[in-house]
Design a protein around this ligand. Sequence first.
Ligand code: ZN
Length: 501
Amino acid sequence: MENKLQELKTRLLEYSDLSFVGAVLGWDQSTYMPPAGAEARARQSSLVGKLAFERLVDPAVGHLLDDLRPYEESLPYDHDDAALIRNARRSYERYVKVPVNLVGELLEHTALTYSKWAEARPANDWARMEPLLEKTLDLSRRYAECFPGYDHIADPLIDMADYGMKAQDVRRVFAELREGLVPLVKAITSQAPTDDSFIYSQYPQAAQLAFGEKIIKQYGYDFQRGRQDLTHHPFMTKFAWGDVRITTRVREDDVRDALFSTLHEAGHALYEMGINPAYEGTSLDGGTSAGVHESQSRLWENIVGRSREFWDHYYPDLQAAFPDQLRGVTVDQFHRAINKVTPSLIRVDADEVTYNLHVMIRFDIELALLEGSLAIKDLPEMWNSRYASDLGVTAPDHRDGVLQDVHWYGGLIGGAFQGYTLGNLLSAQFYSKALEAHPQIPSEIGQGKFDTLHAWLKANIYQHGSKFTAPELVQRVTGGSLQVQPLLNYLRTKYGALYTL
Ligand code: ZN
């Protein structure tokens, strides 16, 4: 058994290494690669992805998993080896259903589409993306159809990102959340608008980056094991336990953009950096789901990074870094400005209250595209009509409309967005549990101290990697299942005070 397990681990490590090689190619493509490298890079990414995939679904892995079943069944459910074998079996059984040529075609197409999008978005060129997106939709459907027996064609794609969730589960949760959010947005936006004009002064890039990096160091982001670079659409990526990178983008006319994206991506990175190093290269490595991952980025970005305690501590530093831009602006004004609630066009810039409405639009559109009730050619029109009806705003161009998010232009259509809202819900659930255990956390944040919170997250969530599924982890940490009320309570309390509702 010992030998069989070792052989499985060796194979998983090769798969993991090849996947991380693919991630290096992707990181380079999104940061430093010159545009003319796009075609060769798409081919290379596809090749490496196929090699990784072939390792994962090698029949020898299936035989090993069969041989290891008695050993797995002899162990307690939460034994590391049992979880490792269980997870390896889950991904083997899933991906063995997908033809390797489809994987290769998909990887090549999405790498190429990403490069075109990086040019087409600034150029507001929807027409250029339309045929590429037609093919992405076709590939996404073919991918989903590898898993017959679904209730909704999006289910297999949702399940890959947020294991255990189906379209109908997400719809139910979203409907409950929407019911709480819509009146809250209405109550807030009926009040006099907050003055946030100073947010849009000129803030030089270097000072913005330095400020964000100083904070994430204090969060616990380890620059010996990571670095931050510039990109179009910020992301976190990982090549090893010792190499967990983040990216950001800077707008010199908006002091929020780089700062909050840095705090966000650092939250993702803290999760990956906190995983038990013994899990490296195994099926226990990596965050357990898109939703749980996003719960960590949103927790550090919003619950911590947009709190009053946080700014009581950091605002004097920010003011010292930008004395002209913030002259005469009080911490109270600044805190209100970065928490201004206003229906807007861009998801990643949205405030915490309206943010989930952006996600719901995308989720519904993904389902409609996959179902075939919406055609790609009608996508911009549907996008605009949903923004008009749900948020009361209309994008002046495709750049800030249907071209704004990288997801459909760098991956599949389906399963790409629900994790954001699931993450917001979980962030509030997890944080309230951390506060129950350590009521002093907010006052520590007010002193720029994050150790207690970070240690609690590491002990309860990070160290486990993928050992537990998201529903199992939520059960262990909160004693229950995914809930809508904790986020609504958090928002009502925070914005009730800010807007005196
Ligand atoms: Zn994120």
